[in-house]
Design a protein around this ligand. Structure first.
Ligand SMILES: NC(=O)c1ccc[n+]([C@@H]2O[C@H](COP(=O)([O-])OP(=O)(O)OC[C@H]3O[C@@H](n4cnc5c(N)ncnc54)[C@H](O)[C@@H]3O)[C@@H](O)[C@H]2O)c1
Length: 330
């Protein structure tokens, strides 16, 4: 069993901590928040010691693995320091998305993990569902054939008015990761933004993407729509067939080209995924399993490098929004 600690005890950190307590591969040993009230409340609920600064906790508990579930500006500025502290202490790290809101710091996180031979994962939880796994299997079985295009969309309601690029940089690590998961690295991106009535930030956006392998794609996202259907949709098409994943885990449908008979996976009532929280459960378990098995760091599913690659696409999208031009991804 791995000794696990959590840094940052907001709603998401508490969720990580609870999931670790229920996972047979982990034992939760401590929680840390610079906000003492939050640390103390989590400690009382979870029956583990509270700490108020990460280096003290890391030295005292020597965890094998740490979840960094801080937030900050653009929901990512507070990830850098505790991630670096945990890596310096020799811990494997699962960091929330976005890996960081600044590319040079995200790069430093990835480079440090690589240099130290540690595993750095990012909570790109949307790819950790049976529906997404089946879709990947269809792709690996060549049921799509040569890939042509991808259409992706995702929306939730988030009225937070902060950075002009909050929606782009904090929501779309998920969508861009799914797009990269199926279609590979992105070469260039063009982005258009919109603002819902009363909003000052680019709370809705569309993106055109060109992938390095020649695939073309569209992405639409928004922080302006109250939860409804669909919240997330992913359609990938090739010359032999096309699949659609609805709402991450609800349904995956394969439409073979030239065949009116389609294959449909529907999330089962018994033994299926109960809700969105289960994407966290699956993702955390996969990371625990990979660390337990000693999987080479470069083979981590939803790695720091994946998180960094997504943020580079989004940085190019922001530049596109500012300049009106198509931007090559650095
Ligand atoms: N994967 C997903 O589906 C998903 C969904 C929602 C949010 N998130 C991500 O989860 C993260 C946390 O979200 P939240 O709503 O719980 O945030 P939050 O702001 O409510 O909580 C973050 C906590 O981290 C603490 N913190 C900051 N710096 C710290 C440090 N150096 N050491 C210790 N504690 C520190 C803060 O005091 C705060 O209590 C965000 O990055 C967000 O993007 C992911």
């Amino acid at each position: 069993m791995l000794k696990v600690a959590v840094i940052g005890l907001g709603p998401i950190g508490n969720r990580h901590a609870q999931i670790y307590q229920q996972d047979p591969l982990a034992v939760l040993v401590g929680v840390c928040d610079i906000n003492r009230a939050r640390a103390d409340e989590a400690s009382a609920n979870l029956h583990v010691p509270a700490f108020y600064d990460a280096p003290t906790m890391l030295a005292a508990l020597k965890p094998d693995l740490v979840s960094v579930t801080t937030g900050g500006y653009e929901y990512g500025s507070d990830h850098f320091i505790p991630t670096m502290q945990a890596l310096e202490a020799g811990c494997h790290v699962l960091c929330e998305k976005p890996i960081c809101n600044e590319i040079p710091k995200a790069q430093q996180m990835v480079d440090t993990a690589r240099t130290k031979g540690l595993r750095l994962g990012v909570n790109l939880n949307h790819r950790f569902t049976p529906a997404a796994r089946l879709a990947k299997q269809w792709q690996n079985e060549n049921r799509l054939g040569h890939l042509l295009f991808i259409n992706m969309s995702m929306w939730i309601f988030n009225p937070n008015e902060s950075s002009p690029y909050f929606q782009i940089k904090a929501l779309h690590p998920h969508t861009v990761d799914i797009m990269r998961h199926f279609c590979g690295d992105v070469e260039a991106v063009h982005c258009l933004g919109a603002k819902a009535p009363g909003r000052k930030i680019w709370s809705t956006a569309t993106f055109n993407l060109k992938f390095k392998n020649g695939v073309v794609g569209t992405l639409t996202g928004s922080y302006d729509i109250q939860r409804g259907h669909p919240m997330e949709r992913c359609e990938v098409a090739g010359v032999n067939g096309r699949f659609v994943i609805d709402d991450m885990y609800r349904q995956a449908t394969l439409y073979p080209a030239g065949d009116p008979v389609k294959s449909v996976f529907t999330n089962p009532v018994f033994g299926g995924m109960r809700d969105f929280e289960e994407t966290f459960r699956n993702r955390l378990h996969v990371f625990l399993d990979e660390v337990s098995r000693g999987l080479p760091p470069e083979q981590i599913d939803g790695s720091g490098a994946d998180g960094l690659a997504a943020q580079k696409v989004l940085a190019a999208a922001v530049e596109s929004l500012e300049t009106g031009r198509m931007i090559a991804v650095a």
